[in-house]
Design a protein around this ligand. Sequence first.
Ligand SMILES: [Fe+2]
Ligand SMILES: [Fe+2]
Length: 473
Amino acid sequence: MSSINYDERIPNNVGIADNRRLKRALEAWQPAFLDWWRSNGPDGFMEKDVYLRTAISVEPDGWMNFDYVKMPDYRWGVFLMPSSDERKINFGRHKGEPAWQEVPGEYRAPLRRMIVIQGDTEPASVEQQRYLGHTCPSLYDLRSLFQVNVEEGRHLWAMAYLLHAYFGRDGRDEADALLQRHSGHEDRPRILGAFNEETPDWLSFFMFTTFTDRDGKFQLASLAESGFDPLARSCQFMLREEGYHMSTGERGVGRIIRRTCEVMCEHKTDDVRKHGVIDLPTLQKYVNFHCSVSMDLFGAEISTNAANSYAMGIKGRFREEGIDDDHLLTDASYPVEAWTGSEFKFSDEPALTTLNERLRNDYYAECARIVDSWNEIIREFGIAFELRLPHHAFHRAVGSFAELEFTPTGELITKEQWNENHDKWIPNDDDHVFVRSLMQEPVTEPGKFANWIAPPDRGLNRLPLDFEYVRLS
Ligand SMILES: [Fe+2]
Ligand SMILES: [Fe+2]
């Protein structure tokens, strides 16, 4: 079942053709999806040929195929990793039982909620990035943006499939609602805060794909452990695509840093804005902003919801199987850092209720490695500047730090001090205006790159950098 049948209207490897009710439901949802894509997807590029990759099989080798395609003709479909009959639930009170092929009645509501929340983020990011194509720094980057966008569209398909296939009428309603909420909409916003923020410029896009898509990775990795087998197998495949989104971000930011360092060395100054590149302190502010809002996506430090999802076998920990413990956590504890009123202090809390915090810490550790790799570039140029992740209490809107204000290095400050200083720490209006001023005109000549970003080391799929990644004429 791992090869994907492209003869069907909805490409899939889950045998949709054999299930008439499901086939009809998904074929009814498909035009609504396409309407949504046309009115919320990349603005102004629907009729252009884009050099995109499409999954042709879920096997590790040869799962992708590159070709020119107009985005509305992209073959979105439903791809699950192959099932293994022996897969067992790895954690929680059902540990050791066979993974569920159907939704257990008693877990129907929490599972549906989990899938809806994940599903809601997928179209949200497409909406947030809708206008970026008009200010692209190169055809290479324009293609990357569209690849990320069509794959987020596919992630939406993945969740909509689960809702249609396993949750009956409520599932169909929820799948419709995924197309009705919109990022930043006054009455029908997306569910999570960070997905209602704008992605107003390409620096924000690269930061978003670094930090917010990485939240996605950690959520998907935890859901890939789920006792509900179709969800686990869905997320396993989505994680492959997510890897591409994160590397688009990391490499994009890395290329911006490289260009800035080149200009700093060339002109022997760190006052580089006048030379049309983004100064390192401004990049630090973007790191502070995107890291902190993404940290909020993991939820409160102490959460009975998280504990229940784990105990029920719905959502595991990051790389659950590799963790050396009983996978029940009923007697285990986990250290959680909190502000006592005078200092940060760790206290041991029940491991079950602190699963959000644990996942956030896993996430933060990975972000730190990314920032290290960016600093490596700065060091190559012999420049004495280090980017840093903000302290985890900085600029938080969710959890125990939400009511307090901290500096990026974790000193407690008053509300007044925050109000006076925050525009030194997160991008202010001037920063946004400056960054946008660099991106007024798109750069669309094959092989050319905007002044504020270095070209990548090599082209995509062994093609030259001056390949026509998007045909605009
Ligand atoms: Fe996604
Ligand atoms: Fe993504």
